[in-house]
Design a protein around this ligand. Structure first.
Ligand SMILES: Nc1nc2c(c(=O)[nH]1)N[C@H]1C(S)=C(S)[C@@H](COP(=O)(O)O)O[C@H]1N2
Ligand SMILES: [Mo]
Length: 332
């Protein structure tokens, strides 16, 4: 499998990493009992420029990232190169063009960072990210990320199951949903002070409790072995691989367990186009475009890489049972 590089990078600057994780010969990771995920280590070598790979994370985070369990892999697809993962983003707080988040997030400083844990939990409070991560075993997860706009990537995240975090705060029997909130700070996010924005900031998202507790659902603090770049949602973002990318909310400051279904940014803006569930589904088209295929990045006009979209983004074996009896056309 040949990986094409964006033409912007001169060939001399490309430092193909030997094979990313070449030292890992076979898989030994197992995620959650009975999850039965397809594990494989056979993917092509990704590459990125050393310049792009600057690790901005604080020491405590770097140490934890370096100790991450390397081989909990659930997608065998070739990885999307680091450059594409970090220069083709949706992070509207930094602008609406795909290159805006990389260009406008240089000055964003995500450390130190606090997260408020609220609602239906035994131990609510405001916690330093560093404390939330203490004793948390980080793992690498290679997941497909499928945006509702019909492009996709394959990203080696580093993070931990959201379930591991939620359990610590002792959800009450009334906890039926989890609501997430992105930082609101117009000084750091230029678009939050724009009068023309159609988004009612901060960005909010939510999951049903069983989705939140599913072993595939993670909170990421890194990718490609490094602290999460600002444009990818530093320092803490959700990753729910069987749902459209907009569910994977970035730069989280608040996690609230609720009894009723929380509001979510995109379903508030356009409820006919974006639902609460947002499960990847090639059979349910967006009102304005087909969801049957996707552009797997890198994909260019002259070298298109179009692949069929899979039910639940290829994670049906693991998650389809969560939705048995639910009309996926109605609950899109
Ligand atoms: N706070 C916030 N989170 C967000 C978004 C956003 O605009 N703001 N965009 C979402 C969308 S539409 C997608 S596809 C993914 C993109 O993640 P990536 O840029 O790391 O690939 O982030 C999601 N999380
Ligand atoms: Mo998206």
């Amino acid at each position: 499998m040949l990986i094409k590089f964006p033409s912007k990078i001169p060939a001399s600057e490309i430092t193909p990493e030997p094979i990313y994780r070449a030292r890992r010969d076979f898989m030994r990771g197992v995620v959650g009992a009975g999850a039965g995920m397809a594990l494989s280590s056979a993917w092509a070598a990704p590459a990125h420029t050393d310049k792009d790979a600057v690790d901005r994370g604080p020491d405590w985070l770097r140490k934890q990232l370096a100790a991450a369990r390397p081989d909990v892999v659930v997608a065998k697809d070739p990885l999307t190169p680091f450059y594409n993962v970090t220069h083709y983003n949706n992070f509207y707080e930094f602008g609406y063009q795909k290159e805006d988040p990389a260009a406008n997030s240089e000055g964003f400083n995500p450390y130190p960072w606090n997260v408020e844990i609220a609602g239906e939990v035994g131990k609510p409070g405001s916690y330093h990210l560093e404390d939330l991560l203490k004793g948390m075993e980080l793992e690498e997860r290679v997941y497909r990320l499928r945006c509702v706009e019909a492009w996709s990537m394959v990203i080696p995240w580093i993070g931990f199951p959201l379930a591991s975090l939620l359990k610590r705060f002792e959800p009450t029997s009334k906890a039926k949903y989890v609501a997430f909130t992105t930082l609101k700070d117009a000084k750091q996010f230029p678009e939050q002070k724009s009068y023309f924005s159609s988004i009612d900031w901060p960005y909010i998202e939510g999951l049903r409790m069983d989705e939140a507790m599913h072993p595939l659902t993670i909170l990421a603090v890194g990718l490609y072995g490094k602290a999460l770049p600002n444009q990818n949602g530093a320092p803490l973002r959700l990753v729910v691989p069987w749902k459209y990318g907009f569910k994977s909310i970035k730069s989280i400051v608040r996690i609230e367990l609720t009894e009723t279904q929380p509001k979510t940014t995109w379903s508030e803006i356009a409820p006919d186009e974006y639902g609460f569930y947002a499960n990847v589904n090639p059979k349910v088209d967006h009102p304005r475009w087909s969801q049957a295929t996707e552009r797997r990045l890198p994909s260019t006009l002259f070298s298109p890489n179009i692949v069929p979209t899979q039910m639940f983004n290829g994670y049906a074996d693991e998650v389809a049972s969560l939705y048995s009896g639910l009309d996926l056309r109605k609950f899109y």
